[in-house]
Design a protein around this ligand. Structure first.
Ligand code: AMP
Length: 358
């Protein structure tokens, strides 16, 4: 079996390592020279919208998937029909536009923060009036890791938000005073079987994921998230891994966004689960039985961002993953996962690692 992956970053790399367990081979398409996944398989170096290269990939693979959500939907449409493309384009389309994503949550009765579309300066004033302050203004498209966002706390800041982001299609969201953030990682295979991992609790710094811990000791939240995940997966006739990010307020959840792909908050599953999210994504798109999503213990994952310090390299704690990328501020270069017998022991290890991270 040969799997074509659009994008050859670290997610493609970890999919490539998982493919070896399944005796499958990965081939990639990516515009960059020597991307992380090049260690796992051949890379066709080309733009994501290069129709000729996309067809060349599809012609030599049994199934196509993608590792990030800013792949143009038109790219998938070029090759759909040559070979199956998973996750389905409809899921990608919804995840690329925050308005479409929120409309989908509404349709599926998945609770979410109040929102208001903003196309004009007047819309921004109306949003402040309807939602109240603080609110967060986000670009509808191409936002990730907190980019393209502006928090408006006072009416006087509306103008600055407009100057920073106006001119693009925007969405205003109620500011949520959440207790903490979680993500739910679910997977559905071609036959429609579903498996869901225990929730991860996620901490972001400057909009970028800093660490994740799982499981979350809150069964009622897990049950709610699992219900929302089933609704999304079945409605989209989804195939592959999907990550749903949620805010926790008491025993309530509010959906923030979803990603139609393997997710950073699920990296701990490589060492912390019976089957990793990467292997289960491949099992899903190859229509194999899904592997168990049971945890092996209390897992913690710390992202290594910007640069990997000598102190971090010298730690010798947990499983160290270096994606082989050049250092750059804000760039995810690697991560460390620990698995412990108790939540307390896991948290202590996460704290030690976190202290060495710049
Ligand atoms: P996003 O790109 O939408 O995932 O936002 C990045 C991070 O910003 C989230 O993980 C939250 O920590 C924070 N954030 C985004 N939207 C809101 C909101 N409506 N209320 C409070 N915090 C938010």
């Amino acid at each position: 079996m040969r799997i074509g992956i659009i994008g050859a970053g670290q997610l493609g790399q970890m999919l490539g390592f998982a493919a070896r367990n399944l005796n499958a081979e990965c081939r990639y398409l990516d515009p960059s020279e020597n991307p992380p996944a090049a260690v796992c398989g051949k890379v066709i170096q080309s733009g994501f919208d290069d129709a000729v290269a996309l067809v060349a990939l599809a012609d030599t693979c049994d199934v196509i998937t993608y590792e990030f959500e800013n792949v143009p939907v038109s790219a998938l449409q070029h090759i759909d029909g040559i070979v199956p493309v998973y996750p389905p384009a409809a899921a990608l389309r919804h995840s690329q536009d925050r308005l479409a994503e929120k409309t989908l949550f509404d349709t599926l009765k998945i609770p979410l923060p109040g929102y208001h579309t903003v196309d004009t300066r007047k819309d921004l004033d109306d949003a402040a009036e309807n939602l109240g302050l603080p609110m967060v203004i986000k670009t509808r498209r191409m936002g990730y890791d907190g980019k393209g966002q502006f928090v408006v706390r006072k009416p006087a800041e509306l103008e600055a938000a407009w100057l920073a982001l106006g001119g693009e299609s925007l969405i205003a969201e109620q500011w949520v005073e959440f207790d903490y953030e979680v993500s739910c990682i679910g997977v559905r295979n071609v036959s429609g079987d579903i498996a869901i991992y225990p929730l991860s609790q996620n901490v972001h710094v400057d909009g970028i994921l800093r660490h994740s811990r799982s499981p979350v000791e809150a069964p009622e939240l897990g049950a709610k998230a699992s219900d929302y995940m089933h609704r999304l997966l079945d409605h989209l006739d989804y195939v592959g891994v999907l990550a749903l990010e949620l805010f926790v307020i008491g025993d309530e959840l509010r959906a923030n966004e979803f990603a139609p792909r393997v997710h950073n908050s699920g990296h701990w599953t490589i060492e912390g689960s019976e089957t990793s999210q990467f292997e289960n994504h491949l099992r899903a798109i190859l229509d194999m039985p899904l592997g168990s999503t049971a945890s092996k213990g209390h897992a913690g994952m710390v992202n290594l961002i910007g640069e990997i310090s000598d102190a971090t390299r010298a730690l010798g704690i947990g499983a160290f993953h270096d994606y082989g990328k050049a250092p750059r501020p804000g760039r995810k270069l690697g991560h460390i996962t620990v698995v412990a017998d108790t939540a307390g022991a896991r948290d202590a290890l996460v704290k030690i690692i976190d202290k060495t991270v710049t």
